[in-house]
Design a protein around this ligand. Structure first.
Ligand SMILES: NC(=O)c1ccc[n+]([C@@H]2O[C@H](COP(=O)([O-])OP(=O)(O)OC[C@H]3O[C@@H](n4cnc5c(N)ncnc54)[C@H](O)[C@@H]3O)[C@@H](O)[C@H]2O)c1
Length: 348
């Protein structure tokens, strides 16, 4: 039977959730609640029921689950209120401002015997899925480096995302997605974290960052978010011992080059203005195989399908508490690294 869902916070992402829930095969959208009356009025004008108070949502016995889509600094209290009110709760990312807040939320879920998870919806993005598939297939051999970049050119949004007190900044906003994706691709223990923040358009929070992760197996990951890049660098770049993959833009397919023969009979040197090089000369087509990966299939509705199946006891969470906690620990180590200007040794 379909579950009855209410969206808490009818802003940008709350709007996305309502549209998504209206098309869901596992949920009915039965209403929204926003702290601002004008947002509730807007919902009503669009034919969506809006509750007057959060308490009224919790008092409604029809409600099975809440999706909390409010600014980051309010996630902890908003989620715990929902769980204590006897509802299952999906929280928007970043789930919390610290691992201590997340621990409180997990305890509240356990105490109330309710399901709680984080909306890591970018696990269904096809660029990420292509990288994960390429890494797991073994086509490019053992992966030793992966680079994930998101570049915009409009600065940080001028809303609460620019304010420290509300959990603003790009590490919280985009970093949380990109870190989560990398940890799904490289499951090994993280042994080092080195992060540097940018403050090009905003001094209060990071409006971009550069993050290096080192893993126990020797692999490295580099994550970069920029909001002042008028020319964007490739979305993903992955190197294995037998080949390389690249996704230039998240609307494009993954291009792969696999090395089929390590030794070349003759390397034609590249002549540059000031010299020549054989080391950096491109390989010819005889020793490599170039192809594009098919676009992976993806359906983000799987997120709510999984959550509802977990409520019914017929599945385990796709986005688990321990995964969410690990991402929070990487974020905390990144803040510490930036503040101290040092590499932080970790065992995460
Ligand atoms: N997963 C994603 O792809 C994605 C994308 C965008 C935003 N988000 C996340 O969604 C959350 C909301 O972001 P947004 O862009 O929708 O922000 P927003 O400012 O557009 O909307 C937030 C809404 O919450 C309301 N609100 C604030 N405090 C409230 C409270 N205590 N109770 C009820 N309503 C309250 C505000 O009035 C506002 O309408 C953030 O955590 C953000 O990181 C996730």
């Amino acid at each position: 039977m379909k579950k009855n869902a209410v969206v808490i916070g009818y802003g940008g992402m709350g709007g996305w959730h309502t549209e998504h829930l209206l098309k869901s095969d596992v949920c009915n959208l039965i209403g929204v609640y926003d702290i601002k009356e004008e947002r509730n009025e807007l919902a009503r004008s669009r034919g969506i029921f809006a509750y007057d108070t959060y308490k009224a949502v919790l008092d409604d016995p029809r409600v099975d689950l809440l999706t909390v889509a409010i600014p980051n600094d309010q996630h902890r209290d908003g989620v715990i209120q929902g769980l204590n009110g006897g509802k299952n709760v999906i929280c928007e990312k970043p789930v919390a401002m610290s691992s201590a807040e997340l621990a409180d939320m997990i305890k509240a879920a356990e105490r109330n015997n309710k399901i709680f998870s984080v909306h890591q919806n970018r696990r269904w993005d096809v660029d990420y899925l292509a990288m994960k598939q390429l890494s797991e297939s073994g086509e490019i051999g053992e992966v030793f480096n992966i680079e994930s970049r998101i570049h915009g050119s409009r600065g940080i949004p001028s809303d609460w995302r620019g304010e420290l007190a509300h959990g603003g900044g790009m590490l919280f906003d985009w970093g949380v997605h990109l870190i989560d994706q990398i940890l799904m691709i490289i499951p090994d223990k993280i042994t080092s974290v080195y992060c540097r923040f940018d403050h090009i358009t905003n001094n209060e929070v990071d409006d971009g960052f550069k993050l290096d992760l080192g893993f126990e197996n020797g692999a490295k990951a580099y994550i970069e978010v920029g909001t002042y890049n008028f020319i964007a660098m490739p979305r993903f770049y992955i190197q294995g011992k037998k080949g390389t993959g690249i996704i230039h833009d998240w609307r494009q397919n993954c291009k792969v080059t696999v090395c089929t023969h390590w030794h070349e009979s003759e390397v034609v040197p590249v002549q540059t203005a000031a010299g020549l090089t054989k080391t950096m000369a491109p390989r010819d087509s005889v020793t490599t195989d170039e192809y594009e990966l098919d676009r992976p299939l993806s359906d983000v509705h799987e997120y709510y399908r999984n959550f509802c199946a977990v409520i019914d006891g017929s599945a385990d969470l796709i986005v688990t508490h321990s995964q969410a906690m690990r991402v929070m620990h990487v974020i905390e180590a990144s803040f510490e690294s930036n503040a101290r200007g040092q590499i932080i040794k970790t065992e995460l």
